[in-house]
Ligand binder design. Structure first.
Ligand SMILES: C[S@@+](CC[C@H](N)C(=O)[O-])C[C@H]1O[C@@H](n2cnc3c(N)ncnc32)[C@H](O)[C@@H]1O
Length: 561
């Protein structure tokens, strides 16, 4: 034990290029006292002499040892660096407990493990303020991969920083640096390996579900855990939920586990592949269908498809899909088809690591923030009429499509499996988490419910409208930000979203992504005027109006010479 209130300064090695751990060993003076062995019991009970073990501190000045010449005497460490530092209170207590006291100088060694990651990085960097200010204060963990977002000034030292991190944190096996803020269409950020193995197949637990994916091929952000949980908490068991940009399934899998029926889509084939794996390993395949389509096409076709091919008997559905003698089953134009059980799975390293819970880390203590707990499945709403959500314990109930026209045509008048919740026929929630551009997809909702009237023969008023939860970015959290989001969404929808007219409208401030860049979620009920509008986007309509005007010679920007 030594005086822990004064943290010794780490030795400095500015410009160190090869990591030399031994260089960080330093000896510091401490004092120790010789006391009779018979007094040890009393001394040990006294809080003034309580030993606190510290990582990385070694040496005889720290241990209780028997005196080499007199086996009835022991040396005990004292909380001071020099005799002069020794508090009078400690000396008095020693005199009282031991009767006679001999105090001598000793030393301890502070080694590599004693220093924090930040102290070590600071020690290897040039001492000017610019460099010292650039020291990263945190990193993010995804499975066994730690990712840093280093400032430009840190780049010459990036490999050394990577090695320091790898060495100091036992759970880290790979350290990468995010290369730039420009991400590709699939929101996968480019990264450079700094230390450890070139292996990005990770497993991550979120909302008590296990997600496996190749972090170099798909989008994942552990900082969205709360947002994933917030939306899943809004869903009720039995709800039909659509995720238009689903990634590897952080909404899809927990929603399905809760008893929702989920249609998940992602344009990135890697995301689709791992989302499928994740539904399998979390045992929710029976109430999930997956698609690998562009979000715009998907929005336009999914309401009709969900109604025409409701969740009834998923295992039979998959058997049908595997039969080559039944062409195009389960497919309608625009859809990429249902998840099929005979597709191959991505190779998964059986030894792939699993890191529990959200993982944003700060350097000094490398603490993991534990934050997850899945909400319990809540009972369904028994008052719902058009979309009954009921629990049932009776397997093998025959379920028919409620619309006799469709029931006659349906290929799935089959026995229900062991349903936990009876699925709804109409979509309850659309999720669109592509904050960079999801608002621009809103025009795809125009007319997307028309086929339910025109082709399925339903009357408009019987069709329930879904909630849309669409993520976006805005530069501030000022009041004006909300107005701007409403405006952008309204323009794309071709309909004014007005919280005064629609009580379901909300704006959730999700998180600060970068300076002056906030992530929001806008929620509203899809207006009937939009859902049943004539097909075609607002943009397309404008284009067509323009074309017509040109044809009629009304456009004054085209002039005959
Ligand atoms: C920000 S990520 C969100 C993923 C997931 N929902 C989550 O919360 O982690 C956006 C996803 O949209 C997908 N994406 C990008 N463009 C798309 C498009 N045109 N249609 C469908 N998905 C798209 C990307 O591949 C990516 O997985």
């Amino acid at each position: 034990m030594f005086n822990t209130s004064i943290r010794p300064a780490i030795p400095k090695f500015p410009g160190m290029t090869t990591l030399d751990k031994e260089a960080f060993n330093i000896q510091i003076p401490v004092v120790r006292a010789k006391v009779p062995t018979s007094a040890m019991r009393q001394i040990n009970r006294n809080p003034l002499f309580k030993m606190t073990k510290q990582s990385g501190v070694t040496g005889k000045g720290l241990a209780v040892v028997t005196d080499e010449k007199d086996s009835d005497m022991r040396w005990i460490p004292l909380p001071a660096h020099t005799k002069a530092d020794l508090p009078q209170e400690t000396l008095d207590a020693l005199l009282e407990l031991a009767g006679f006291v001999e105090v001598e100088d000793s030393s301890v060694t502070l080694g590599w493990n004693y220093w924090t990651v930040q102290e070590i990085i600071s020690a290897i960097l040039p001492e000017d303020a610019d460099m010292q200010d650039g020291i990263p204060s945190s990193f993010t963990m995804t499975g066994h991969v730690a990712h840093l977002n280093l400032k430009k000034s840190m780049l010459p030292y990036r490999f050394l920083i990577g090695q320091i991190l790898l060495d100091k944190a036992q759970t880290i096996e790979t350290v990468v640096n995010k290369l730039d803020t420009i991400e590709d269409q699939f929101r996968v950020f480019k990264m450079e390996l700094l230390a450890g193995k070139d292996d990005y197949l990770v497993s991550q637990i979120e909302q008590e579900c296990k997600f496996t994916f190749d972090f170099s091929q798909v989008y994942w952000n552990s900082r969205l855990t709360n947002e994933h949980r917030r939306l899943v908490n809004l869903f009720n068991p039995g709800d039909l939920v659509v995720d238009v940009m689903a990634g590897v399934g952080p909404f899809v899998v927990p929603a399905a586990k809760k008893g929702c029926y989920v249609l998940g889509n992602d344009l990135n084939p890697h995301s689709y592949k791992y989302m499928r794996l994740n539904t399998e390993q979390n045992k929710v395949v029976d109430n999930v269908r997956l698609f690998n389509d562009d979000g715009r096409n998907f929005i336009q076709t999914i309401a009709f498809e969900a109604y025409m091919f409701p969740f009834l008997e998923p295992s039979l559905e998959r058997q049908l899909l595997c039969r080559p003698d039944i062409p195009n089953i389960g497919k309608i134009p625009g859809s990429m088809g249902f998840q099929s059980s005979n597709e191959t799975h991505p190779p998964v390293d059986s030894a792939s690591r699993q890191t529990e819970h959200h993982s944003s880390h700060t350097f000094p203590d490398l603490a993991i923030l534990h934050s997850d707990s899945r909400s319990a499945v809540s009972p369904s709403d028994p008052t719902s009429t058009t979309t009954t959500t009921t629990t049932t314990t009776t397997p093998n109930t025959t379920v028919q499509h409620p619309n006799p026209d469709v029931a006659g045509r349906s290929r799935r008048r089959v026995k229900a499996p062991k349903p936990i919740y009876e699925p709804t026929l109409f979509i309850k929630h659309f999720v669109m988490n592509l904050p960079d551009s999801a608002l621009e997809f809103l025009d795809a909702y125009r007319g997307c419910y028309r086929p339910l009237v025109d082709d399925a023969g339903l009357s408009e008023h019987k069709i329930e409208m879904p909630m849309i939860h669409v993520h976006c970015f805005a530069p501030s959290i000022a009041e004006g930000a909300h107005k701007e989001i409403f405006q952008r969404a309204s323009e794309r929808l071709g309909y004014t979203i007005d919280p005064a007219n629609d009580p379901t409208v909300y704006i959730e401030q999700v998180r600060l992504v970068a300076p002056k860049k906030w992530m929001y979620c806008l929620g509203f009920t899809l207006p009937r005027e939009v859902a049943f509008a004539c097909k075609g986007s607002v943009g397309t309509q404008k284009e067509e109006e323009k074309k017509e005007a040109v044809e009629k010679g009304e456009n004054d920007s085209t002039q005959d010479l």
